[in-house]
Ligand binder design. Structure first.
Ligand SMILES: C[S@@+](CC[C@H](N)C(=O)[O-])C[C@H]1O[C@@H](n2cnc3c(N)ncnc32)[C@H](O)[C@@H]1O
Length: 195
């Protein structure tokens, strides 16, 4: 029932916002650099679960940065259904960036910015209060991104899936308080707060 329900809810979620973000694309299909990962959207249920656990004072009027923003699903949901002042996506695939912008327009999102860049070269803008990551990358890219996050001005929250990799990557740079975590339909998730 779980996977079937997820597929139905993903279809319904995209339809609700008027966007098209479903599907899977390998790095080869995307033509991305070797240190970029594949594309699959954050399931709508996982997205809501994670955003619900972000402290409201960091979401309200805050800025969300989605590392590996793909077709823009997390940006659309964060902008339309939560109270972020601004949402920013960093995505290395040019074709996904173009389609994400079309999705944002279709969803009438006016406070979003999509930056087409490799996350490891992207300088975090001041004021980001929530970092979001749904399996974007591993290895050296994740290490560099964690180093940048650790140096970012507090307070901020980080919402991640498959958090084992993230915890190992950020541990050398800073200590974070994991405020909530769980496993949902085989996806492990966690929210951290740096005060
Ligand atoms: C699993 S998808 C996440 C989708 C998106 N966050 C969402 O909510 O639907 C991971 C995305 O990260 C992008 N990506 C992978 N490596 C990257 C890198 N080094 N820099 C920027 N984007 C990257 C991929 O192209 C892909 O679109």
């Amino acid at each position: 029932m779980g996977p079937f329900l997820n597929r139905v809810l993903d279809w319904a979620g995209d339809r609700y916002y008027g966007i098209s973000t479903r599907g899977y694309l390998s790095r080869e299909e995307l033509g991305s650099a070797p240190d970029c990962g594949s594309y699959s959207p954050t399931p709508h249920r996982v997205l809501r679960l994670l955003l619900r656990h972000v402290p409201s004072h960091l979401a309200r009027n805050g800025i969300l940065l989605d590392y590996g923003s793909g077709l823009g699903r997390a940006l659309v949901v964060a902008s339309r259904s939560y109270q972020f002042r601004r949402v920013i996506g960093v995505e290395c695939s040019e074709s996904l960036c173009r389609k994400a912008m079309a999705n944002l327009k279709a969803a009438h999102v006016r406070n979003a910015l999509v930056v087409c860049a490799n996350a490891q070269e992207f300088e975090i803008p001041p004021g980001v209060t929530v970092f979001f990551m749904f399996n974007p990358f591993l290895g050296e890219v994740l290490r560099i991104v964690c180093e940048r996050i650790a140096a970012h001005r507090r307070p901020f929250a980080i919402a991640v899936c498959n958090y084992d990799n993230f915890e190992a990557a950020i541990a050398p740079y800073t200590r974070l308080e994991r405020t909530s975590n769980g496993v949902f339909e085989n996806v492990s998730w966690a929210v951290y707060v740096a005060d």
